[in-house]
Design a protein. Sequence first.
Length: 258
Amino acid sequence: MYMEQDDMKKNSGSKNLELMDSAPNYLKHTARLISKYLPDDGVIVDFGAGNGRQTRLIRMPSPSVLCIEVDEELLGVLQRLGYQTANSLDDIENGSVAAVFSSNCLEHIVDDQSVVKEIERILKPRGVFVVYVPAFPFLYTSMDSRVGHIRRYQKSQLKTLAKMNGLEIVTIRYADSLGVLATLGFKLFGGSSGSPSRWSLRVYDTFFQKISSALDRFLYGIAGKNLLMVAIKPEMVPTRLISTRRWDIRQRMKGWLQ
């Protein structure tokens, strides 16, 4: 197991899910970012599916979609929505999954190294791992602490996590550029409760989220309060072919996006 069960429940992110109910545009934008990197066929795993609101925007319930969630109450919600569920990756067969995606989950887990190692284990060769996490440790606020965030990631930290577990990085970039300013504002003026008002979240989501998304494209993902990483499990190849394989991986991913 990646954490003791009590710690997993404590850090399940339920409070974060409540906050995100006030940010539907954020959820839709994040879903679009993730969806475009997922293959059309094969088993898809949502690691840290929560209440399924984000999951439904990415993949509707089907026998090929498996939701991983440790919170028993949220597991029940996912099952009522029609999703296949499990509370860990442990029972998934080696090399059986086409893609794993995870949105705002990895930062809740103490031993993220073990999680990514397990994800690499269950992925097929050429299988895809798409992860979306909070960025920049200097943006850590009382809200991060309140919702159970253990860390915010540096780009180099996320790269190392993938590479040391045998994954080949296809792309890694920041997202939600305006969110950096909003988070800094909350850090400076939001108090110590860690609870932004639903009104302020709705205002940002309604009026600024689309502007931030457009700005991300203009800035080519060089800054943002979140990080998106897409990695792939390479086939076993001789060392002399590694550079060729990297080129081939990137070409294949570009083909998916066309």
